[in-house]
Design a protein around this ligand. Structure first.
Ligand code: DC
Length: 233
């Protein structure tokens, strides 16, 4: 049972990362960025010179990638081939490759398997696209954040990550990802029937975080696991 998961899903640049980090910190839970794991696979696919749209080659590569997870600094982190990838996952090359790579069933099985092992580190706040629908359908609390395409492009452009791109180029880039993420066969981006939907277009990060922290039952969920894995941190 994964009773200790709070799921936060939504499209690109809907505010999930910032909000999920804050919710995790406020509740003493570990933060998990599932998109970063998909980005790491896409980064590895690029690094090996594989075409991200060649599903067979991507499947074969997924079978040979070794990802090691560990807890530290309030989050569950991971290494690929012994290295924590960090900012290398935030380039336009990775942005362009990640949605087709994440649509490959073998890649989804790999990442979903890693995510489902993570509750052993403690109670989690997991952000992604399919956390409440596919990875942890039994999560105790589920949120789906959305915002208008214009607002999401504006936010992403304001981050240094989008350096060099115009607002409309950022809008096109996240629009392309949303289309692929929503239309893939396995675990597409969609709203879980039992998720609380929050339109963040006109809300600040504090307001969104507050709504989640004030949602029914959030404060009374179990405290972080104090088992051996959690103590080793
Ligand atoms: O959250 P992000 O923008 O870093 O996610 C990058 C990509 O990873 C996203 O466009 C689709 C994929 N992804 C996914 O398919 N399932 C998840 N749970 C998280 C991310």
């Amino acid at each position: 049972v994964h009773a200790d998961v709070i799921a936060i899903d939504g499209p690109a640049a809907s505010g999930k990362s910032t909000v999920a980090r804050r919710v995790a910190a406020a509740l003493g839970r570990l933060y998990v960025d599932s998109g970063a794991v998909y980005r790491a696979v896409a980064w590895e696919v690029n690094r090996r010179g594989i075409d991200p749209r060649d599903a067979r080659a991507v499947s074969a590569a997924a079978a040979r990638i070794s990802i090691a997870t560990f807890a530290g600094g309030g989050a569950v982190r991971f290494k690929v081939g012994g290295i924590e990838p960090g900012d290398a996952l935030r380039t336009e090359e990775v942005n362009a490759a990640v949605s087709p790579v994440a649509a490959v069933p073998a890649v989804r099985a790999l990442v979903t398997g890693l995510l489902r092992e993570m509750p052993r580190f403690g109670s989690l706040v997991v952000e992604g696209r399919d956390i409440g629908t596919a990875v942890f359908p039994e999560a105790r609390a589920k949120f789906y954040l959305e915002a208008s395409p214009e607002e999401r492009a504006r936010r992403r452009h304001a981050e240094s990550r989008a350096a060099g791109l115009s607002v409309s180029a950022v809008r096109d880039s996240i629009g392309r990802r949303d289309r692929i993420d929503s239309s893939r066969t396995v675990a597409p981006l969609s709203v879980a029937p039992d998720a609380t939907v929050i339109d963040t277009t006109a809300l600040s990060i504090d307001e969104v975080t507050d709504r989640i922290l004030k949602a029914d039952g959030i404060r009374t969920l179990p405290r972080p696991d104090a088992g051996p894995a959690a103590r080793e941190r």
